[in-house]
Ligand binder design. Sequence first.
Ligand SMILES: O=P(O)(O)OC[C@@]1(O)O[C@H](CO)[C@@H](O)[C@@H]1O
Length: 145
Amino acid sequence: MKEMPKTYIRNLVSRWRNYIQNEKWQIIVRKFWCLPNNYNELKSIDPWLYKTLSESKLIILKGDINYQKALGDYNRNPEIPLSIALDSFHLTNTVFVRILKSDLICGLDKTTAKKLDTFIRNISKGYLGIIQFTDKPQQPQCLLE
Ligand SMILES: O=P(O)(O)OC[C@@]1(O)O[C@H](CO)[C@@H](O)[C@@H]1O
């Protein structure tokens, strides 16, 4: 982002502000975000939030801790697709914006996953950032119709 021309950033920020003002984007303040529970417990702890997120077109989650909670804090094989690692928290299209502070990560291709040892050495320094997207899971098809 440092390399990007400032006007580009300014335009981007103003577009995002408009999304919030026009309620295209909504920031949801909820007690659940600060609880120690993983996101697979969301449905039972805060059914309203679960329903609201499920009905959204896109969820944008920021921060390393949210990534950890969404993956159930399991350090899985980094090549496992994010959609599978998310398990019961894959409610809709989801974007994670994160500076890595923990070594858990999924959804990497083979080549990137092989470089993981080098990455991990840099994690605690906060040098690595990642934006990951996973699209809405397919509805199960009814085969009996
Ligand atoms: O990227 P940031 O905003 O500096 O930190 C994000 C964050 O989720 O990462 C840490 C957990 O790994 C938390 O202490 C913190 O809230």
